[in-house]
Design a protein around this ligand. Structure first.
Ligand SMILES: [Zn+2]
Length: 376
């Protein structure tokens, strides 16, 4: 397989393996790097994630038609704030979230490297995406989930034929159990949506699509909800690659929005830290962004500095208000986690970080069908 795994901080490099360890010096997850070429960009063909095949690992795609999602002009919020706003509608992906982009590339790589069984810790969209692509590739999948997890996402994971292992205790216990199981069983690969370089590689396609969809006039600002941060890092790396090739004049400001109930990156950013400190999470309806200590925290804070992005935290009442408004006023039925970014846009607009006339994209990460309004 072409490409290398590289530490984003010290440059340590390795050949691609199914389960790469973090950098031996820095302790951070490695990044997949392939020297992108202008010819590769010009040779893109088809639609969706694998349209950008020249920027992805050279493997046989395991695909369900992920990516190529709608970019929807805002009818209400954009005019109200005076900004040129588009929503990137990631709920239109095959399993209902942006995680399909990462899962497609990750499962394709693991299958090509001979892996037959995969594991991850997720009771949410990432678990559903991994289970879907594992099923598609004929791989076994085991998802370690907190014992308190419930609802439609678990039913979806089960429907794809994945095995669910219930882990007592708080969320980090499920991560520890998944890692332990993979250490004890060499046939079981840890296919982590938070740590695998291949997963993040698939998420870069979102940046490529935005640049294409906006006809070479890139957004001034992009807002994403932030939990583990893969989406954030994928977007920044994708923009970085296109800028390096001369297809993008400068990096958009990529802003990270967290729920106040669990906001380690926003707190670290406000204090000017280079590393986040763990927080004790409180309850939030935006369960997809509740990660008390993101494994790529150092890289996230560096990405914020590099793009001029702001990390901010929004309170529950603003998340819930945005969640209710989007379907009513824009016709888009989002999950509560997506509403975090919408609430963040209102705040950044009020703060004068985002100004009238600017081009803004808010990534709506997943469908509301798995988390209906009636459930709250
Ligand atoms: Zn390093």
């Amino acid at each position: 397989m072409r490409g290398r795994l590289v530490c984003p901080f010290c440059g340590h490099g390795e050949e691609p393996t199914p389960q790469p360890e973090p950098c031996p010096s820095c302790g951070v997850p490695l990044r997949y790097e392939l020297p992108p070429s202008k010819a590769g960009w010009r040779g893109r063909v088809g639609r969706g994630v694998w349209r950008y095949r020249a920027f992805l690992p050279a493997v046989e795609p395991v695909s369900l038609g992920e990516g190529g999602t709608p970019l929807i002009p805002s009818r209400w919020l954009g005019p109200e704030l005076g900004v040129r706003l588009h929503f990137k509608w990631e709920g239109a992906n095959p399993s209902g979230s942006f995680k399909d982009r990462g899962a497609s590339v990750l499962v394709s790589v693991l299958a090509a490297l001979g892996v037959r069984r995969v594991a991850d810790d997720s009771s949410g969209n990432a678990g559903a995406a991994l289970a879907a692509y594992a099923a598609r590739a004929g791989l076994g999948a085991t998802l370690f989930v907190p014992a308190h997890a419930s609802g439609k996402k678990l039913a979806q994971i089960r429907a794809y034929g994945a095995q669910l292992v219930s882990v007592p205790g708080p969320r980090p216990q499920a991560t520890a159990a998944a890692k332990r199981a993979c250490r004890e069983d060499p046939e079981l690969a840890y296919a982590s949506h938070n740590e695998s370089p291949y997963f993040e590689t698939g998420l870069r396609t979102l940046a490529y699509e935005l640049v294409e969809d906006l006809g070479g006039e890139p957004p001034d600002h992009v807002l994403v909800p932030l939990g583990g941060g893969g989406l954030y890092l994928g977007l920044v790396q994708g923009f970085r690659e296109l800028m390096g090739l001369g297809f993008l004049p400068l990096l958009p400001r990529v802003h990270a929005v967290q729920a106040e109930a669990c906001a380690p990156i926003a707190r670290a950013w406000q204090r000017g830290l280079e590393l986040p400190e763990p927080v004790r999470p409180e309850r939030t309806i935006a369960e997809g962004v509740c990660i008390p200590l993101p494994p790529r925290g150092r890289e996230l804070l560096a990405g914020l500095r590099e793009t001029g992005g702001v990390a901010l935290a929004v309170p529950e009442e603003e998340i819930e208000a945005a969640w209710r408004e989007l379907p009513t006023r824009e016709g888009v039925y989002i999950e509560p986690t997506s509403a975090v970014a919408v609430a963040g846009l209102k705040r950044l607009s009020a703060m004068g970080v985002i100004n009238p006339g600017e081009r803004v994209v808010v990534v709506l990460t997943g469908t509301g069908l798995k988390h209906p309004l009636s459930d709250v």
